[in-house]
Design a protein around this ligand. Structure first.
Ligand SMILES: Nc1ncnc2c1ncn2[C@@H]1O[C@H](COP(=O)(O)OP(=O)(O)O)[C@@H](O)[C@H]1O
Ligand SMILES: [Mg+2]
Length: 476
């Protein structure tokens, strides 16, 4: 809630023991106040961690959560309702598992290879009897599964059965095999692509893995790929984001992976830091100018040098100054040739605002723990998997029920019926939160949050809670 704040929020960097640090203080060059750090020590450290965040009076906690700490941090976040996590736990949903990436893509209709997920081993076995090959089998969840190490191409039912008998991956996660030219990593800040490169498989291989002899280059990443990456970043409401897009031999693009945790050169992390300073200060600091296709130019610099370069800045296009590289250069893009600075308008760096309603609550989406294996030997799971949505199965035939929408006017009537909230304060609340659904989310889940808005006291919030609960009861 930056805009109506009287002062800058207190920032904290979130670290975990044994996990590579994505940010440090130097990425937030020029931030005038002390930036705290809080380190999670794993094993039963939840309560201590929460106390430390409270004691340090942190408003915004910045950092990536690795897969194996994701559920713990959802709990931590819910016990720290006044702390904004950047990226939010909802945005980091995809960090946890390949299953989560898939469910995220299913929800937003984003293209991915056709995917099959089975918690119920018997159903999975039955699927193997009926399906065609080749397929790809992946381990969905686990510590640091990167680089194709837990990704297998299978050519027959028998091979797949053997694999699952040996590896005991749970859930069973399979995809149609997509023949591809290459995959492309796109990094984004505020939904704007800031870096992109091709990863091509070695001759005759299917895995586009550069650590196994594949090649990398930064030239002419297609429009369709950048557009899909932007769409994905927006769906995740991501302050920063990386997306691996498969460029199929059929010319189609599909998402392979996406997350907020990725490897990036320090200068990219500087841009993210600058961007966050701009966003969290409500514009007190300057937004970094990161021109489109800068990566084609920067990649000409030797990698070992680029790795040490910090706080790289570019000049803006100005019509009277013809020395600016990004001003006069044109590029074939999509169907036509365009000036690079025109692309900066098509791909703006947008302000990602805080969200208040939970999109991916663990009570519903943590299938991993709800349907865990009872024992590796029996392969039996706890619970009944009937309620797991599967867009490929019969269960998706009925439309998902949506809750009825409240109009702005209705919301205003409820809120202004509280003593202490007039038209002006209602407008302030709307300005801070942006949308009616967000206010509903706050009131349902986290009303105390509203005290961060100027002029809203704890007393007003208590009163508001009463009024809101009554309204909710009447409505249902
Ligand atoms: N459905 C698929 N069809 C063909 N190749 C795939 C498919 N899924 C993944 N791959 C290949 O395997 C690589 C690793 O898969 P990915 O899902 O990115 O897992 P990891 O977490 O190991 O990086 C990809 O970069 C791609 O080359
Ligand atoms: Mg990958």
């Amino acid at each position: 809630m930056a805009r109506n704040r009287k002062k800058l929020p207190k920032l904290g960097l979130l670290y975990l023991d044994y996990v590579l640090r994505f940010f440090d203080h130097s990425n937030f060059k020029g931030w005038p106040e002390k930036i705290e750090t809080v380190t999670y020590h794993w094993k039963d450290d939840k309560e201590r961690f929460i106390r430390e965040v409270k004691r340090k009076k942190i408003d915004v906690l910045i950092g990536n959560i690795p897969a194996t700490a994701y559920e713990t941090f959802r709990e931590i976040a819910s016990e720290l309702p006044l702390v904004r996590f950047v990226p939010s736990m909802d945005t980091q949903f995809c960090n946890k598992s390949k299953e989560n990436v898939t469910r995220f893509a299913w929800k937003y209709g984003l293209p991915i290879p056709k995917t099959y997920i089975f918690y119920n081993r018997l159903k999975g076995e039955k699927f193997l009897e009926e399906t065609s090959f080749p397929k790809i089998v992946k381990k969905s969840y686990g510590p640091s599964n990167y680089g194709g190490y837990f990704v297998h191409k299978v050519d027959s039912k028998e091979e797949t059965q053997d694999l699952f008998a040996k590896q005991k991956y749970h859930p069973m996660y399979l995809q149609d095999f997509v023949p591809m030219e290459a995959d492309i990593r796109v990094m984004l800040i505020g939904h704007k692509p800031v870096c992109a490169f091709w990863r091509r498989p070695p001759e005759g291989a299917w895995l586009t893995n550069t650590s196994q002899g594949g090649s990398m280059d930064y030239m002419d990443v297609p429009k369709s790929v950048l557009d899909l990456a932007v769409q994905t970043s927006k769906a995740a409401k991501a302050e920063y984001w990386a997306c691996d897009v498969a460029y199929g031999k059929d010319g189609k693009v599909r998402i392979l992976e996406c997350a907020t945790a990725f490897a990036a050169f320090p200068y990219i992390r500087d841009w993210i830091g600058q961007y966050l300073m701009w966003s969290l200060s409500g514009g007190v600091f300057k937004k970094p100018h990161v021109p489109m296709f800068n990566w084609e130019e920067l990649s000409k610099i030797d990698k070992s040098l680029l790795r040490t370069m910090r706080h790289i800045a570019f000049g803006h296009f100005s019509p009277s100054y013809d020395g600016a590289f990004f001003g006069k250069n044109r590029k074939v893009y999509g169907e036509k040739k365009v000036y690079l600075h025109e692309l900066d308008e098509i791909y703006p760096m947008l302000d990602v605002r805080q969200r208040f309603s939970e999109e991916w609550p663990s009570e519903k989406w943590n299938y991993q723990d709800r349907f865990a294996l009872k024992s590796l030997k029996s392969m039996k799971i706890q619970g009944d998997t009937k309620d797991i949505p599967d867009p490929n199965g019969e269960d998706m035939e009925s439309e998902p029920t949506t809750t009825p929408q409240l109009s702005r006017q209705q919301l205003k009537e409820v809120l202004t019926s509280v003593k202490g909230i007039g038209e002006r304060k209602f407008d302030d609340i709307m300005k801070e939160t942006g949308r009616v659904e967000e206010v509903v989310g706050i009131l349902d889940q986290n009303p105390i949050m509203l005290t961060t808005i100027k002029g809203i006291s704890k007393k007003i919030v208590t009163e508001l809670e009463n009024v809101w609960n009554k309204f909710r009861k009447k409505e249902l």
